[in-house]
Design a protein around this ligand. Structure first.
Ligand code: ADP
Ligand code: IOM
Length: 346
């Protein structure tokens, strides 16, 4: 393939960092699992409105294609992969925060997820059909061993009726189907085979299997008790990591298919109602930028806000511990609530 043409309107990290010279120097490379530059960048080329536009196919992609990926990682996470090392801390006793909205006036729900992939397998974009099924069996068998409040059931997507699927998606429990960014990255191959969702009775602990990452481990509940959601997540991840070996790199932390998720692979978010700030977007963005928070719509990435409700989460995931990322999110949310309250009184 020749050097790709990006439209004028394209602002993705890919189009800003891939020069014709860099493309030529990397185009002949192939990882041991056979992943190429063209596969790595396909999503960003087919979807010029991507924010990033690259997906790694395996652990080695992060070293073999480092001349493209390192600058993207540096820019997104403010972390230098050449000189720094990631640190992890999921110990809830280190998280000293209060519920920013104890009267439930603003926060509808809190959700914290981490992405994980199994060591010794390629990442999702480069996973063969048989490997995906093995991953599914390993993960669902492991989940069956959980007990107490983490015990639940695995529901395969194959055979799930449309009404159940739609309800789970609308209630924010299940991933959407047919995401074009993932489609171009090869993440939707053989859909829906090998995909599914595990959840406990209360739907406060969930695991997505074989979506953008092989596992998305999720803790969520109504309201703003961020610490309780984090504590449950930390316990669940601890139980799973006793039984499964996750892809991890000393430098880059947990390895994920999208470089925005490296490190903690954690996105801690609240769904929050901020109708007045929604009318002062400059002020809203300024507060979020200062706290390194990302604004998404109510149906996740690439969706719009509805009724003044936003999904606000930590933006950085690498070079920051899990505890620090949650604390940062909580502090930003506290300031957003203060500002919304001021606007309603003025
Ligand atoms: P991810 O966080 O897994 O990268 P998305 O941004 O696509 O992916 O979000 C996945 C789903 O989780 C969406 O349905 C989204 O609305 C839901 N979600 C995210 N944050 C919250 C929250 N705080 N409360 C309830 N649902 C949430
Ligand atoms: N994580 C991924 N879905 N995203 C950053 C896609 C993109 O817009 O590049």
């Amino acid at each position: 393939m020749p050097y790709p043409k990006f439209p004028e309107s394209c602002h993705s990290a890919l189009c800003r960092h891939l020069s014709p010279e860099l493309y030529d120097s990397l185009k002949g490379r192939r990882t041991r699992y056979g992943y190429t530059l063209d596969q790595l960048i396909r999503s960003g080329i087919e979807n010029p409105d991507s924010s990033i536009g690259v997906y790694a196919g395996d652990e080695e992609s992060y070293t073999l294609f480092a001349p493209l990926l390192d600058p993207i990682i540096r820019e997104y996470h403010h972390f230098d992969p050449e000189t720094e090392r990631h640190r992890s801390d999921m110990d809830p006793s280190h998280l000293k925060i209060e519920n920013p909205d104890p009267d439930n006036r603003f926060i509808l729900s809190t959700r914290i997820r981490v992405g994980r992939n199994l060591h010794c397998f390629p990442l999702g974009p480069n996973l063969a059909r048989r490997e995906r099924l093995i991953v599914k069996c390993m993960v669902s068998d492991t989940l069956r061993e959980l007990s107490g409040d983490l015990a639940g059931r695995y529901y395969p997507l194959v055979g799930m009726d449309e009404a159940t699927k739609t309800r789970l998606i609308e209630d924010h429990f299940l991933f959407k189907e047919g995401d074009r960014f993932l489609e171009s990255a090869g993440l939707n191959r053989d859909w829906p085979e090998g995909r599914g969702i595990f959840h406990n009775n209360d739907k406060t602990f969930l695991v997505w299997v074989n979506e953008e990452d092989q596992l998305r481990i999720i803790s969520m509940e109504a309201g703003g008790d961020i610490r309780r959601v984090f504590t449950r997540l930390s316990r669940a991840v601890g139980e799973l990591q006793k039984r499964l070996t996750f892809a991890f790199d000393e430098r880059l932390g947990y390895l994920t298919s999208c470089p925005t998720n490296l490190g903690t692979a954690m996105r801690a978010s609240v769904h929050i109602r901020l109708p007045r700030l929604a009318k002062s977007m400059d002020r809203f963005r300024e507060i979020c930028d200062r706290h390194e928070l990302q604004i998404r719509g109510v149906h996740g990435e690439h969706s719009e806000s509805e009724g003044g409700v936003f999904d606000i989460s930590n933006r950085r995931r690498l070079g920051i511990t899990e505890v620090e990322a949650v604390r940062q999110m909580s502090q930003g949310i506290t300031e957003l609530i203060e500002e919304e309250t001021k606007l309603s009184e003025s």
